[in-house]
Design a protein around this ligand. Structure first.
Ligand SMILES: Nc1ccn([C@@H]2O[C@H](COP(=O)(O)OP(=O)(O)O)[C@@H](O)[C@H]2O)c(=O)n1
Length: 481
C-alpha cells in the first residue's frame, strides 16, 4: 500500500473558443450525456483543444523514467521541467487567480482497486487547464475477490474515498466527479455477481459528498480500455500534438486481460485486422483510428490458470493442476477472482523453458491476432505486469524503468526456467510468467526479437494507466467507437 502524490506539469494549453464564454471558467461538461443536463450537475472547464509543445522525435525519454520513491507524500519533489514546458503558478499563491478542479477515477482491476485523483489547474479564463498532479493509491485484492460478499467489496472503495476526501478540499467536493470503471475481473464474473458489486459501489458513491454523474459505475469494454491507455501514454509523452502523427503504441498486461493498441501507419493493418479491432475517436481536434484489442483471459493471472488448465474449472477442490513451468516440489493454493485452485509442479517429471513454452503456447496460438504492422518500427510502451516482471527478474530497475528488447525477455525466461531453484524465492511463478510474456510478444503479437519496448510504470510521474484517458473522456467526450 502506498501513497503517491505526483506533481506534473507537462503541457499547457491555449483556449480556442473562449470568446464565447470568456467569463465562464467552467463551461459545460461534455460527457456523459451532454444533451440531458442532470439537475445540480456542476460544470467544468474544458479539457484542452490544443496543447503544446510536443516532442517531434522520440528520444530515449529520460524524463519518463524519473526515479520516484515508493512513498512521496505529501510534498512532491519539485519536478524539473524540460525547458519547453511552462510551469504553472502554485494554486495557493495569494497573487494568482488560478482555479483548481479535480477528477476522481477508480480503476477496479482484477488484482486490485486503485484511486486516481487528478488535479487540474485553470490558470485563467483565456487558457485551458493543465494537469497539475495525480494522487494515487492502491489496495489488494480487486473487487472480484468479493464476489460473494459485495458489501465488503464496497468497503474497500469506501476506504479509498477517504483519501479523496483528504486530497480534494472540502469546498470542491460537490463539483468533483467520482467515477469507477471495472475491467477484466468483473468481466470474468457471472453477470449477477458483477452487478451486485457495482450496485454496492453505487451506494458507496451516493453516500459520499462527491458529485456522482449518471452511469458513474460501470464495466468498461476492452476496446475502451486499450484506447484510453493509449491516450494517457501519448498525452504524457507529448505525442498528442496537432501537427504530428507520431505516436507510441501501448502494451498493457493486466491480471485478467491484456491490451495492445497502436496507431497504424499502413492501410493494410486496418484492412487486414478483424473489424472490431479498429477503434475511432476524436481528441484535440484530431480524428484517430487505432488498432486495439483486449484479450479477456490472457492477463497474467488468468493465463497462469489457463496454462494449468484450471481457468473456469470451478469447485474442483480435489484436483491439483500441474505444470512444467513450476518448480517440481512446489505445491500451493492459488486464488484468482475469488476462486481457489490447488496447483503444483510435476514432482517426478520435467520442468524447464522448452516444456513450459509449449504449455503457454496453448493459451496464445490461434487466440492472439498478429497485426500486419507490428514487425515494423513503431515504439511500444509496455507497463503493468510487463513492467513488474521485468523488475522482479532483474531486467530493469524498478524506479527508473528502461528500454528492453523482446529477446531480453526470452533470454531471462530461459535462465529463470532452467534455474528454478535460484529464482524460486522471488516467485515460484516467475518462469511461467516470463515464458508467457515472451510467448505472447513473439508468437502472439508477432514482435521480432529485436523489437524495443519502453518499460514504464509512470511517465512524467503519472501512472501509465487508462485512468487519465478515462478522465479526459469524462470531461470531454472522445466519442470512442
Ligand atoms: N495504475 C495502475 C494500474 C495497474 N497497475 C498494475 O497492473 C497490473 C494488473 O492490473 P489489473 O489487475 O487492473 O488487470 P486487469 O484486471 O485490467 O486485467 C498490476 O501489476 C498492477 O500493479 C499499475 O501498476 N498501476
Amino acid at each position: 500500500t502506498y501513497y503517491r502524490h505526483h506533481r506534473y506539469v507537462p503541457h499547457f494549453y491555449r483556449y480556442r473558443e473562449h470568446s464565447a464564454n470568456a467569463e465562464n471558467l467552467l463551461p459545460e461538461v461534455s460527457n456523459p450525456e451532454p444533451e440531458v443536463p442532470q439537475p445540480g450537475v456542476p460544470t467544468y472547464p474544458k479539457i484542452p483543444e490544443v496543447f503544446h509543445p510536443a516532442p517531434e522525435v522520440i528520444h530515449p525519454i529520460p524524463e519518463a523514467f524519473h526515479p520516484v520513491p515508493e512513498v512521496v507524500h505529501p510534498a512532491p519533489e519539485p519536478y524539473h521541467l524540460p525547458e519547453v514546458y511552462q510551469p504553472v503558478p502554485e494554486a495557493s499563491s495569494p497573487v494568482n487567480t488560478s482555479r483548481v478542479f479535480y477528477g476522481i477515477m477508480f480503476d477496479a482491476g482484477s488484482t486490485g482497486s486503485r484511486i486516481h485523483i487528478y488535479k487540474f489547474i485553470q490558470k485563467d479564463p483565456v487558457e485551458l487547464p493543465v494537469l497539475d498532479n495525480e494522487m494515487y493509491h492502491a489496495v489488494k485484492p480487486g473487487l472480484s475477490a468479493y464476489k460473494d460478499n459485495p458489501e465488503e467489496g464496497g468497503n474497500t472503495i469506501r476506504q479509498l474515498l477517504k483519501i479523496a476526501k483528504k486530497t480534494v478540499p472540502e469546498e470542491d467536493w460537490k463539483r468533483t466527479p467520482v467515477v469507477l470503471k471495472a475491467t477484466a475481473g468483473l468481466r470474468l464474473l457471472p453477470e449477477d455477481k458483477a452487478n451486485a458489486l457495482l450496485k454496492e459501489v453505487r451506494e458507496v458513491f451516493n453516500e459520499s459528498p462527491f458529485f456522482v454523474p449518471n452511469n458513474s459505475v460501470s464495466i468498461m469494454n476492452g476496446a475502451k480500455e486499450g484506447v484510453l491507455a493509449w491516450v494517457t501514454v501519448n498525452f504524457l509523452t507529448g505525442h498528442l500534438y496537432s501537427n504530428t502523427r507520431k505516436t507510441v503504441g501501448i502494451l498493457d498486461l493486466g491480471g485478467g486481460s491484456t491490451q495492445i493498441t497502436f496507431l497504424p501507419r499502413s492501410k493494410k493493418t486496418i484492412e487486414s485486422a478483424p473489424p472490431s479491432y479498429i477503434a475511432n475517436f476524436n481528441l484535440f481536434d484530431h480524428k484517430y483510428q487505432l488498432y486495439t484489442h483486449s484479450y479477456l483471459g490472457n492477463g497474467l493471472y488468468a493465463a497462469r490458470l489457463a496454462t494449468l488448465g484450471a481457468l473456469g474449472a470451478d469447485g474442483l477442490d480435489w484436483k491439483v493442476f500441474t505444470s512444467s513451468c513450476l518448480p517440481k516440489k512446489f505445491r500451493e493454493d492459488v486464488t484468482f477472482g475469488g476462486t481457489t485452485y490447488k496447483v503444483s509442479g510435476i514432482p517426478d517429471g520435467y520442468a524447464g523453458y522448452k516444456l513450459c513454452y509449449y504449455e503457454v503456447m496453448k493459451v496464445i496460438k490461434g487466440v492472439v491476432d498478429q497485426p500486419y504492422e507490428v514487425k515494423g518500427s513503431s515504439v511500444f510502451y509496455a507497463f503493468s505486469y510487463y513492467f513488474d516482471r521485468a523488475v522482479e527478474s532483474g531486467l530493469i530497475d524498478g524506479s527508473r524503468g528502461g528500454a528492453l528488447e523482446v529477446r531480453d525477455f526470452k533470454k531471462r525466461a530461459k535462465e529463470v526456467c532452467n534455474k528454478m531453484t535460484k529464482y524460486r524465492a522471488i516467485s515460484p511463478f516467475l518462469c511461467m510468467d516470463m515464458t508467457y510474456i515472451t510467448c505472447l510478444l513473439k508468437e502472439g503479437f508477432g514482435f521480432k526479437d529485436s523489437t524495443v519496448l519502453q518499460l514504464a510504470k509512470k511517465v512524467n510521474n503519472v501512472e501509465t494507466s487508462w485512468a487519465l484517458g478515462a478522465t479526459f473522456d469524462f470531461f470531454r467526450n472522445l466519442n470512442i467507437h
